[in-house]
Ligand binder design. Structure first.
Ligand code: ADP
Ligand code: MG
Length: 119
């Protein structure tokens, strides 16, 4: 087993609904430590650079706009197999397809506004 660190972002739909604490609880219950976090407002340029890999996708422009629509909480999660573990805690990209008990199932509003990023 390996201790890993992984990037997590609590997205604008979640900060808008005051879900930062509820989401952080999901990480902590599963044994991930929040070793750093900061609430920031992304610029459009930062969002575009961050999601550059998706720039040919139809949803890219809207996604970048959404990611700048309110504050986000950028954080570093640490723990055993943190990368795989965080994916499991988050659930599938589309909340409609996410497993019961995952963050995206319980809090996500749509395939775009799905409350958390992990990578
Ligand atoms: P994940 O965040 O699960 O790694 P992707 O890397 O495929 O998912 O997509 C990045 C983000 O883009 C998603 O979290 C979501 O906010 C948005 N997104 C993905 N697919 C769609 C889509 N079909 N329509 C709108 N937004 C999408
Ligand atoms: Mg991705």
């Amino acid at each position: 087993m390996a201790t890993e660190r992984t990037l997590s972002i609590i997205k604008p739909d979640a900060t808008r609904r005051n879900l930062t604490g509820a989401i952080n609880e999901r990480f902590e219950i599963r044994g991930l430590k929040i070793v750093a976090q900061k609430r920031i407002h992304l610029t459009l340029g930062q969002a575009q650079k961050f999601y550059q890999i998706h720039k040919e996708r139809a949803f890219y422009d809207d996604l970048c706009k959404y990611m700048t629509s309110g504050p986000v909480v950028v954080q570093v999660l640490e723990g055993e197999q943190a990368i795989t573990e965080n994916r499991s805690i988050m659930g599938a990209t589309n909340p409609a397809n996410a497993d019961e008990g995952t963050i995206r199932k319980d809090f996500g509003e749509s395939v775009e506004a799905n409350s958390v990023h992990g990578s």
